[in-house]
Ligand binder design. Structure first.
Ligand code: S3P
Length: 180
């Protein structure tokens, strides 16, 4: 199968904070020759405020409303979509994503992620320390949800970005040919 067919795919990347949805998404988009839509960036541009500002001034629920609206707006576009780590929390979002496969889970353990995002002031849910503990709590709730959404899971913690990208591209080729 040629590159042309893979280009028709619009993959959605899911996974916990720090697993590389944006950076791997950027590389993937380049390879597929389609844009990357980073959902967090999209929300920030639309709201005209940063994520910490939205959380502090309007609360997490308001952010989640913006996230659901953003998801509805971008799904179906020819793009790689990098979601925020909590986008799978709402049932309506999970249903929407399932309607727009393929969904790819970058699965990494909290232990792998904690050092990478520790002290990141742009991520309100891990602000004020105890990053590992917080990630472990999030993982407990979210892993089953990521799993139910995912058409493909990449063990991100065990692979370098280059290998992750290769693995996703291989999956997309197979997935696309199955779709006919
Ligand atoms: C969140 C993850 C963030 C961002 C917001 C909430 C979460 O995105 O959407 O801070 O609930 O896990 P990243 O996964 O890109 O850090």
């Amino acid at each position: 199968m040629g590159k042309k067919n893979i280009n028709q795919v619009s993959p959605i990347l899911i996974g916990l904070m720090g697993c590389g949805k944006s950076s791997i998404g950027r590389r993937l988009a380049k390879r597929l020759e389609i844009p990357l839509i980073d959902l967090d960036d999209y929300i920030v541009a639309k709201a005209g405020r940063t994520i910490p500002e939205i959380f502090a001034e309007q609360g997490e629920e308001a952010f989640r409303d913006m996230e659901s609206a953003a998801l509805r707006e971008v799904l179906g576009k020819p793009a790689v979509i990098a979601t925020g780590g909590g986008a799978i929390m709402r049932e309506e979002n999970r249903a929407l994503m399932k309607e727009h496969p393929p969904v790819i889970w970058l699965n990494a353990a909290p232990e792998f992620l904690a050092d990478r995002i520790d002290g990141d002031s742009n991520r309100p849910l891990i602000a004020k320390g105890e990053t590992l503990k917080k990630l472990q709590k999030l993982a407990e709730v979210r892993y089953p949800l990521y799993e139910t959404c995912a058409d493909y899971t990449v063990p991100r913690g065990e692979m370098k970005k280059r290998k992750v990208l290769k693995s996703i591209l291989r999956f997309l080729k197979g997935w696309k040919s199955e779709q006919g």
